[in-house]
Design a protein around this ligand. Structure first.
Ligand code: ZN
Length: 558
């Protein structure tokens, strides 16, 4: 119990029954006026904000565009109005950052030769896709040997090393997506860890000095079908400007069928290779094939910015510790028309609703008679849809030591369908933030659960991951799919239909059909979670053995 508990209790008893939106009383441990302050979080306030953010005037908030600039200005104004100080010193509420647009010209056909000079040729789009791994006018692979490296994972804490010291300099690594998933004791079983994400695969390939990497696509391991890979890797790709980190020349994906054809040409059987990879004793398998590529790469530099404001904590001993509330501000701007001729990608649910949540929580904090003990930073990262670029930039150029960041609570893709009995925690099983959230959810009469597709690795696909990767305990939660007074399966169906019709399309806009009482409840939950973390004696921690624990311990020791 913290120092607020004793004074808070009697007042909360009086307040019980006053909370709207199906809320039960505030939990013990929160400041006495928490419940009153939370009253600023309403459906009409959320709707008003998202209507502004997702309006046609914001032109879809494409990174580096005028709409991007307008959206940032709007968010900064809201933070200022709520009494938040600029988070970025001389730059005010904005942290400017450059992005590099990379467009790679891939050949129609990609040839591999065996030792006898015979060759096999694969077709672009139907069989492979990819792009340059370097920010140079050309990406060059020169007579590189192809080698199968299993999962391509080196994880000392799991006593797992697919490389076994093999020399991979200048080679092309062929590897499986995913991480070992057949044993609950290994890599968290079915739950995807970062080791199972394609980004990790390219990073480790670069660390090993490889020329390139090819990831074998399966719908099961990726969580999406081949056409999604194709869309994602076609056209201009935005990145942060290259630093001195190791890079591979070529990042590629290959269909399972094409990979099968390729290894068969090399005299191997794909199923046998995959089977051999399912063991700690696996060693890399040279395939006796080589390949060369010389790809033209077009580069373009453009600017965007993260937006952030700070509410200084009231406890002199703890005010340097900061609780983050994040929600990305970018979307896809103006682009290809849909069947109605609409070209503006308004991004209402993705991610206007989440920004509205963050602003409402920000306002609830300012409505407290005294700020919480720790400081609150409301943070709107840029270019999330381009690969978490804004949050990555911030965590690489932070405004405080990572050990002073108490937690990140991320909002993304909220709920527009009504109240749910469940709260989904993405990548559940990581930190003590989840214990706090579970308690607070149960006070709302709700239960917490993990996402229905733990293999998809959603935890690594929004901005909470950037914070986690520098060790900061980070969580993304939202309403689940167990909708109150709706039949079984209704929620899953709503989500699926929405993804089908509106995800990353111009039709993601504010609709009259929206029911926001579930979103209100989630936002109350977000406020209470942030407030609990901001007032507790200790900062949250990763569960022992979590993949990010070492990073945190190092950050705290600094
Ligand atoms: Zn998003």
């Amino acid at each position: 119990m913290n120092r607020f508990a004793m004074v808070a209790m009697p007042i909360l008893i009086i307040l019980t029954g006053c909370g709207g939106g199906g809320d039960v009383s505030a939990p013990s441990g929160l400041p006495a006026d928490a419940e009153t302050a939370a009253e600023v979080i309403t459906a009409s306030a959320l709707l008003e904000t998202v209507t502004q953010i997702a309006s046609d005037e914001m032109m879809g908030r494409g990174p580096g565009t005028e709409g991007d600039r307008l959206a940032r200005k709007y968010l900064a104004q809201r933070l200022a109005a709520a009494g938040y100080a600029p988070a970025f010193g001389e730059h005010g509420y904005e942290q400017p950052m450059s992005m590099i647009g990379v467009t790679t010209e891939l050949p129609e056909n990609w040839a591999f030769r065996n030792g006898k000079g015979r060759k096999i040729s694969l077709e672009r789009a139907d069989e492979f896709i990819g792009g340059s791994g370097v920010q140079q006018p050309a990406a060059v692979v020169d007579n590189a040997d192809l080698i199968f490296v299993g999962y391509g994972i080196a994880a000392p804490e799991e006593d797992w090393d697919d490389y076994k010291g093999a020399n991979l300099e200048g080679k092309i690594l062929l590897m499986l997506n995913d991480d070992p998933d057949w044993d609950p004791e290994l890599f968290s079983g079915e739950r995807r860890l970062y080791y199972g994400r394609w980004k990790y695969k390219y990073e480790i390939a670069a660390e090993k000095g490889a020329a390139g990497a090819i990831i074998i696509h399966t719908s099961l391991s990726a969580g999406y079908p081949w056409p999604v890979v194709l869309t994602g890797w076609s056209g201009e790709q935005f990145e942060l400007p290259a630093g001195d980190e190791p890079r591979i020349q070529l990042k590629a994906w290959m269909t399972e069928e094409a990979s099968r054809r390729l290894v068969e040409f090399a005299g191997h059987d794909l199923d046998e290779l995959v089977e051999s990879a399912r063991s700690r004793d696996f060693t890399p398998v040279p395939l006796g094939l080589s390949t060369s590529l010389d790809l033209a790469v077009a580069l373009r530099e453009t600017e965007t910015a993260n937006v952030g404001g700070i509410l200084r904590g009231s406890d002199p001993d703890l005010a340097d510790e900061v609780v983050f509330l994040s929600a990305h501000h970018d979307y896809f701007g103006i682009g290809a028309p849909d069947e109605t001729g609409d070209t503006i990608y308004n991004g209402a649910l993705d991610n206007g609703v989440a920004m509205a949540q963050a602003i409402s929580v920000a306002e609830a904090f300012s409505a407290l008679s005294e700020p919480p003990r720790r400081s609150i930073m409301v943070f709107f990262p840029a270019a999330e849809e381009q690969g978490l670029l804004g949050s990555k930039y911030y965590t690489e150029h932070p405004t405080m030591a990572p050990g002073k960041m108490a937690a990140d609570i991320n909002f993304e893709l909220g709920n527009i369908w009504g109240r749910t009995a469940d709260v989904t925690i993405f990548g559940k099983g990581k930190s003590t933030l989840e214990d706090v959230l579970a308690d607070l959810a149960s006070e709302q009469g709700r239960y917490v659960t993990s996402e229905s597709t733990p293999r998809s690795g959603w935890y690594y696909r929004s901005d909470q991951f950037s914070f986690a990767s520098i060790g900061v305990p980070a969580i993304w939660f939202k309403s689940g799919t167990d909708f109150i007074d709706r039949p079984d399966g209704w929620g899953v169906q709503q989500h699926a239909e929405w993804i089908d019709r509106n995800y990353h399309r111009p039709s993601d806009q504010v609709e009259d059909s929206w029911v926001l009482d579930g979103l209100v409840e989630d936002t109350h939950l977000g406020f209470r979670l942030a407030l609990t973390v901001a007032t507790a004696n200790e900062m949250p921690t990763w569960y022992p053995g979590d993949e990010f624990e070492d990073e945190r311990l190092a950050a705290l020791a600094e």
